[in-house]
Design a protein around this ligand. Sequence first.
Ligand code: ARG
Length: 564
Amino acid sequence: MNYKIDLSDLLFKALDGKLDKNKLVGLIEKPKYSHLGDLAFPCFELSKHYRKPPQTIAIELANKIESPLFEKVEATGGYLNVFLNKQSVSNVVLGSVVTNKNHYGTNNVGNGDVVTIDFSSPNIAKPFSMGHLRSTVIGNAIALLLDKCGYKPVRINYLGDWGTQFGKLIVAYKLWGNEQTVRENPIKELLKLYVKFHEEAEIDPQLNEKGREWFKKLEEADDEAISLWEWFRGESLKEFSKVYDLLGIRFDSYNGEAFYNDKMEDVVEILQEKNLLETSDGAKVVTFNEKSLPPCLIKKSDGTTLYATRDLAAAIYRQNTYNFSKSLYIVGNEQSLHFKQFFSVLEKMGYQWHNGLAHIPFGMILKDGKKMSTRKGKVVLLEEVLNEAIQLAEQNILAKNPNLESKKEVANAVGTGAIIFHDLKHFRQNDIEFSLQDMLKFEGETGPYVQYTHARACSLLRKGQYEEDVDSIHVVDQDHYTWDVIINLMKFPEVIEKATESYDPSQIAKYLIELSKSFNKYYSSVRILNDEDHKHSRLSLVHSITIVLKEGLRLLGIKAPEEM
Ligand code: ARG
């Protein structure tokens, strides 16, 4: 149902095969104004090949090209403008949506290839911050999109459960902690200890030394260190699970940094064998020819390992375990250098599969233009934000639809929908200013607006007692409200493909807003239920809307209640 392909086939024939089809498809545009048609083919490039003015070529093509799919083909200036046959296209589009249902737009570009996705990956003993929200919702949407396109996504939560900070935390706990208070309120208390450690260490740098010592003990499996660490980790996981449950997100693996503690020595050995390790101030590093790339630190002078060492071990483990064709890391912009470095180390180690590794970066969530920092205790807790959104949704329901049956469930879907959509509608590379007010908006270009549009369409189907009948779909309306909706519905498969290819869920979010807007205009202009002759075809359009909105929201990790 990609009419660009149909048009390019016809162009190909009409042009005696002089330009290749892919090139032709690439040239086809969507005209700026709808009075210029649905597709436009600029003839300027051809003019060089044929040594004729583009206007002449456009006229010649307009005379040659004919198809039942096209109502009219017109030469305007150097362009060939094509008007689709509204009636036949509408029938094909609605027929396809209603027949395929939630599989509409599914493709098999991925051909079963495995893609590992490292996402969310919060740090143990720290609260789940807004910063990790981005990785969580972007990663989840990318996993859902990849699945839709025939890949096999493997969802990995690479918990930050190892590193010097645990040495520091153990020191802080031993100095100032109290078992009772930590048990009562683990995350808040541990954060307090962590913040206090950094304040105190500014006055007494000796503390940092102690922190390193305790991390070394942890790496050497000292009993006391391990048991404190296990306790902190367990409590943190419980907290994180609450957030994942609220968001409806699951993982295939929770193998975090600690999992690789006993797998790093092998990496260091291989590096040694391949003569890639150099010594610098007592530390082991890998250097690069590229001048802009600083050396990658593999082992500190005290023998402890680093973030990069663990990532190397994890990448190799993942390749051996999952045999991935691609391995994605959904991590903020600020870690770009780290990824460049350890990807380059893998390349130097001679692993062909390093080509499949990709850092999918995203912008920061800023507060008053600045990064939020855990060290200074400046964090906003995601769980609190989510709960606030859910409460607000509940109040809305009580005010507008107090008799609604599953209030709790709907409030949950709408509250989390608002937060998730707010994040995903921004192109991931942009920074987002943190604004609770914006996140909790339910009107305008928001998740709840799309959800509400879906619920409104569902209620129309109930009122009209719609019964599905694919064979009798026969769209007669040719007004531009109907046509706008049809054109938008038709685009869905292409939007999915593009969003997946560029790992960009914001394309889906923006699409859902456009589709909702076009439907809401349709809804207020076309009398859907009042005309018995047209009722079925109009309701099949409404049905198609419910299918595509629901599936689009699902791809973003958002639920679509049938009533709100
Ligand atoms: N835990 C890290 C952080 O919060 C993110 C981990 C990203 N994944 C990775 N393989 N390095 O900054």
